[in-house]
Design a protein around this ligand. Structure first.
Ligand code: NAD
Length: 286
């Protein structure tokens, strides 16, 4: 997709963090913005900032709420025009210990990180097909959706699901003229750790003192080592223009992805058989 000028973008988690970085990059490209978030106050700040650059409207939505999602999509399309850019970006992070796992936390994290992405897809893909394509979808996963590094088993599970959805839909949506990318950021300087703690559901387990300290260190490391939201926003727009499936922000996960891929391949009996066959063939030729 070459020209983003004049299009309408629907950006979940658009009030701050990576969503705001994407919104800024879209605004510079002349895209009209529908910023969608659960946090009304943060949305108001984003609107004040971005309205000077492009037409920007804000919508309060919990991405888990399917009925409300459809209502908001209808409102956006009647107020701002047909959505041809969808950013399923809203997400939460919580590195709870497996010793404290519970259903409330699972339902919430999968509900936001996977259900929220799915609700965006279910809402907009039929509309995009109906308008004959020329549309683009970016789903925000994480480097944590490509290999397991460190803690956060719930987060890993949710982000692997987003990678799988994106890879598979990219292949299936190409014939409708709809492009799909999956954003797999490494550390980005945002307040996701603190924001998530504010949003956690009532019956989620509380972190132990050690667990809370680990989270605080994660927050500090994101904000000391992480790249800026503006750099990520620009990478996302470049990937859309070049129609690239994977959007990585650094190479930090490379060794873990390589180790995982090698472990997967070496565990495949058919690959071993094929290797045996190949070496038998080589021997024959010799
Ligand atoms: N920051 C990182 O290092 C990093 C790395 C990899 C992936 N990610 C992913 O990037 C995405 C954005 O994260 P971020 O770092 O910008 O975090 P952030 O907390 O700065 O922004 C996330 C936004 O999503 C909103 N949100 C949360 N739950 C919501 C819900 N139910 N409905 C609607 N909005 C909701 C929050 O209010 C917030 O404004 C997430 O999917 C996250 O998992 C972040």
């Amino acid at each position: 997709m070459d020209d983003l000028n004049g299009r309408t973008a629907f950006i979940t988690g658009g009030a701050r963090g990576i969503g705001l970085g994407i919104a800024r990059a879209c605004a510079r490209a002349g895209t009209t913005l529908a910023l969608v978030d659960i946090d009304e106050e943060a949305l108001a700040h984003a609107k004040t900032e971005l309205s000077g650059l492009t037409r920007t409207e804000t919508y309060v939505l919990d991405v888990r709420d399917r009925q409300a999602y459809t209502r908001i999509a209808d409102r956006v399309e009647s107020e701002l025009g047909t959505v041809s850019l969808l950013f399923n970006n809203a997400g939460v992070y919580d590195g709870i210990s497996p010793a404290k796992m519970n259903y409330a936390l699972w339902d919430w994290m999968m509900g936001v990180n996977v259900g929220g992405v799915y609700n965006g897809l279910q809402t907009f893909i039929p509309r995009m097909i109906e308008q004959d394509g020329d549309c683009y979808i970016v789903n925000t996963a994480s480097a944590a959706g490509l290999a397991t590094v460190g803690t956060g088993f719930l987060y890993h599970a949710s982000k692997y699901a987003v990678v799988g959805l994106s890879e598979s839909l990219r292949a299936e949506l190409a014939r409708f003229g709809i492009g799909v990318s999956v954003l797999c950021p490494g550390p980005v300087a945002t307040d996701i750790v603190h924001n998530t703690q504010r949003l956690r559901p009532e019956h989620a387990p509380t972190h132990s003192q050690g667990g809370a300290a680990v989270l605080e260190r994660a927050h500090e490391s994101l904000n000391s080592l992480g790249i800026s939201i503006d750099a990520v926003g620009q990478m996302v727009l470049d990937a859309i223009r070049e129609n690239r499936l994977y959007i990585h922000t650094d190479e930090a996960v490379a060794a873990a992805v390589k180790a995982r891929t090698e472990a997967l391949l070496s565990a495949l009996p058919s690959v071993l058989d094929a290797r045996r066959g190949m070496s038998a063939g080589t021997d024959e030729r010799v």
